[in-house]
Design a protein. Structure first.
Length: 528
């Protein structure tokens, strides 16, 4: 079989090389146009690999699935590595049909031995499958030479050359027929300051004395540390608390359901592991805070209560929290009786709530428009009729707290400076304005559309899937008379939270856009 495959490879070398060139030519163009720095390697699978595939696929050499392999190696900054790998993935799968069943993502969560790469199989010209491996130079160094070689490649020295000298001592002891494990001259230096352990591939790592399996997991990669549930040390299953000794071979066990815990700070001894655990805990707290805020918003809507920042801050303080984030985190973890807290919130809202425009409160008798100097505002078209003969000609502005759009049910609120702010009937501050300052509320109605456009911020929540942002912006760009003014995207735990500021003509246009955005695959919610 070996010689048969070898002869077949030799006979088809020219055609295979030509095929690889045709396959990578458009990829070169796409990556260059995207401004990425990279180099590419094209190859045919090894004879052993082809033979294994022939046996597994029960076919001859000519019908072997994914005979070709391409490796794209990116020159990326550390903070851009993951994003750049997925960017290349997106470009390639937009060009070639992909088999997502054969997608292997070791970029998001590396293998326990530190291997990082993104593998995808795509259908190239002539309906031939090609495996594409996407990685950065750092990832390639680890894959080719191991983690220890990577640190040396980066110029990091292990104990001022102590590792190399230790290995040299062991080699000399073995050549002399001695047992290095009982040779005090070989092992003494190691026991005093550091622990040296091996990965399953044989890479050697140095850790502080007293380090545990968890320390080692974080030394390999923070994502492996965050998912660590234990280890295999010299062939035996151990807990993540297990202290390590020099010369042991350590493999890390991970689980996608594992999360860092506060007590882990008492398990690890290395400053590197402590730093990564604290960072992960902060990120988890931030994520829980976002989830808790969403839970609170839903509860408020269910009880038909408006979001009142001032009353909410009073509630948080009353419950003994120094930071709002801790309050929201406890909500997400169900540590708070939310119904009782909302009862308190209602009482505080009645006593402490204030209008968005805090100013001197005047009675109906003392309020006089003659004393006011209307501000210069942007909206000067006659698109509104104010149903009050005493206020004809008074300038108005659209309120920024609710951003009214032509077609919304609206009302006017006379400001202390004499101008009028136009609010939506559903404005978060509407009820309070009507209850506390009914004499300053005036009826208004839309007179005509005019030529104005209205800024509106849409809140979008969805799965953080590849290409979803492009799909959203693509829909907006196809809409006539709608302009995307600003976009802000945050991602937490597989979800993205976006704020899109767009300019629209009226509510009909706005509602149509919202309806279309809700049809985008992966989008969970869209609202004002």
């Amino acid at each position: 079989a070996y010689y048969m495959i070898k002869e077949s490879l030799n006979a088809t070398k020219k055609s295979r090389d030509a095929y690889i060139e045709r396959f990578i030519a458009p990829i070169h163009q796409m990556l260059t146009a995207a401004g990425l720095r990279y180099h590419m390697k094209g190859r045919t699978k090894s004879i052993h690999s082809i033979w294994q595939k022939m046996k597994k696929q029960h076919c001859g050499f000519e019908k072997v699935y994914d005979l070709f392999a391409i490796r794209i190696i990116l020159d990326s900054a550390p903070e851009k590595e993951v994003a750049d790998c997925w960017k290349v993935f997106s470009l390639i799968t937009n060009r070639y049909e992909s088999n997502l069943k054969r997608l292997r993502d070791w970029v998001t969560v590396p293998k326990s031995n530190g291997y990082e790469s993104l593998h995808v199989t795509v259908l190239g010209p002539e309906d031939k499958w090609v495996e594409v491996q996407i990685r950065t130079e750092r990832m390639d160094e680890v894959a080719e030479h191991g983690l220890a070689a990577h640190w040396r490649y980066k110029g990091v020295k292990s104990s001022e050359g102590g590792v190399d000298s230790w290995l040299a001592d062991i080699r000399a002891a073995l050549e002399a027929g001695k047992d290095p494990h009982v040779d005090d001259g070989v092992s003494t230096g190691l026991k005093e300051n550091s622990v040296y352990v091996f990965t399953p591939k044989g890479d050697l790592f140095k850790l502080p004395i007293g380090s545990t399996v968890l320390d080692f997991a974080y030394l390999i990669h923070s994502k492996i540390g965050n998912r660590c549930v234990g280890g295999i040390v010299d062939g035996k299953n151990v807990s993540l608390r297990q202290p390590l000794r020099s010369g042991q071979r350590v493999e890390i066990l991970t689980s996608n359901t594992q999360q860092p815990r506060l007590e882990w700070l008492n398990i690890v001894v290395s400053s590197h592991a402590r730093s990564k655990i604290r960072q992960a805990l902060r990120e988890m707290k931030s994520r829980d805070s976002v989830m808790g805020r969403e839970v609170l918003e839903r509860k408020l809507k269910n009880r038909k209560l408006e979001w009142d920042e001032r009353a909410l801050n009073q509630l948080i303080k009353k419950l003994g929290y120094k930071e709002a984030g801790d309050f929201y985190s406890d909500i997400s973890e169900d540590k708070i009786d939310l119904n009782a807290s909302l009862d308190t919130y209602v009482e505080l809202q009645k006593r402490e709530a204030g209008v968005a425009e805090r100013a001197e409160v005047r009675s109906a008798e003392t309020f006089n428009l003659a004393d006011a100097t209307p501000p210069v505002v942007a909206e000067q078209e006659d698109v509104l009729v104010i149903d009050n003969s005493n206020l004809k000609g008074v300038q108005f502005q659209m309120a920024r707290c609710c951003h009214p759009v032509y077609g919304d049910d609206v009302f006017g609120f006379v400001t202390v400076s004499g101008g009028i702010k136009i609010h939506r009937e559903s404005c978060p501050n509407a009820r309070e304005m009507r209850e506390r300052f009914p004499y300053r509320v005036v009826k208004v109605r839309w007179a005509g559309k005019g030529g104005s456009t209205y800024p509106i911020t849409l809140h979008v929540v969805g799965q953080d899937d590849l290409g979803i942002v492009n799909n959203i912006t693509s829909i907006i760009s196809k809409e006539e008379h709608i302009m995307l003014r600003n976009i802000s995207i945050e991602s937490n735990d597989g979800l993205f939270y976006g704020e899109l500021t767009v300019l629209v003509d009226d509510t009909t246009q706005l509602n149509s856009l919202i309806k279309k955005l809700r049809t985008v695959k992966g989008v969970k919610a869209v609202g004002r």
